[in-house]
Design a protein around this ligand. Structure first.
Ligand code: NAD
Length: 252
């Protein structure tokens, strides 16, 4: 039997990049995947890809910044599959690279809204469901920028530090209720989010790889592998960690 057979997994930001790759990885290991994203056509495509590989997925359109939509999203997952075993709160946005004094109020609000409010809202309704079931696993996507400062990405870094704070706090609160809550902290990973930044700022690729001990970018599959391990029973005593998947970037 495959490790996640019949396990119900919700993934936000599933239309692209790390979320899409993790959705495919869970489905390949037998999970029933609820693929959620604000990009409805994107998640339709991911669900089709999963079905083409013999897996089962439902595409769900939701904006994680909207509490009503998030509550409805969790309700839809439970109606469709009967429960929610694993949630990967991964939807996020980057900011344009600017220093602290030059960040606009609009950018501050946009980044905090998706990256912090969105993760918190998802946790809020997932935890309620997991308490009813007396168990569940949550993994949030923070970032290496949730562990150390990030030059010219101050609000993004602040938002990801907040994700780590939410993760650690909830992990402590619900440890005796059968929940495990952890975060992954990737360094720069080759996804559409990063390809956009490299197109806009061509010097960024060389600077990014030079800064990493491995002298390369991460691949979405390497993040997905860490998420699947954190979600598995092999990680049964792992709770409240901010798990770097960063080639040693934050070890420097
Ligand atoms: P991506 O842009 O490829 O995918 C992000 C997905 O989130 C998109 O499909 C987008 O539609 C969705 N999304 C955005 N706002 C949303 C909203 N309000 N509601 C629902 N969905 C929404 O990016 P990615 O690189 O795969 O990033 C995934 C996560 O990983 C993000 O949280 C990002 O901050 C984090 N991260 C990425 C990197 C990297 O280098 N790529 C490094 C560290 C952390």
């Amino acid at each position: 039997m495959r490790p996640f057979t019949e396990q119900v997994v919700l993934i936000t930001g599933a239309a692209s990049g790390i979320g899409r790759t993790t959705a495919l990885a869970f489905a390949a290991e037998g999970a029933l995947v609820a693929a959620a994203d604000i990009d409805g056509r994107g998640v339709d495509g991911v669900a089709d890809e999963i079905a083409a590989c013999g897996g089962r997925a439902v595409p769900l359109r939701a904006d994680v910044t909207d509490g009503r939509q998030v509550e409805q999203l969790i309700g839809q997952v439970v109606r469709e599959f009967g429960r929610l075993d694993i949630a990967f709160n991964n939807a996020g946005v980057e900011g344009a690279p600017v220093r602290t004094a030059d960040v606009s109020e609009d950018d501050f609000d946009r980044i905090m809204s998706v990256n912090v409010r969105g993760v918190w809202l998802c946790m809020k309704y997932e935890i309620k469901q997991m308490l009813r079931q007396e168990g569940g696993v949550i993994i949030n996507t923070a970032s290496a920028a949730g562990l150390v400062g990030a030059h010219s990405l101050p609000v993004y870094a602040a938002s990801k530090h907040a994700v780590v704070g939410l993760t650690r706090s909830a992990a402590v609160e619900y440890a005796r209720k059968g929940l495990r809550i952890n975060a992954v902290c990737p360094a720069v990973v080759r996804t559409p989010m990063i390809e956009r930044a490299f197109t806009q700022f061509p010097d960024l690729l060389a600077a990014t790889t030079a800064n990493n001990p491995t002298r390369r970018l991460g691949e979405p599959e390497e993040v997905a592998a860490a998420v699947l391990w954190l979600a598995s029973p092999d990680a049964s005593f792992v709770n409240g960690v901010a798990f770097p998947v960063d080639g040693g970037l934050t070890a420097q």
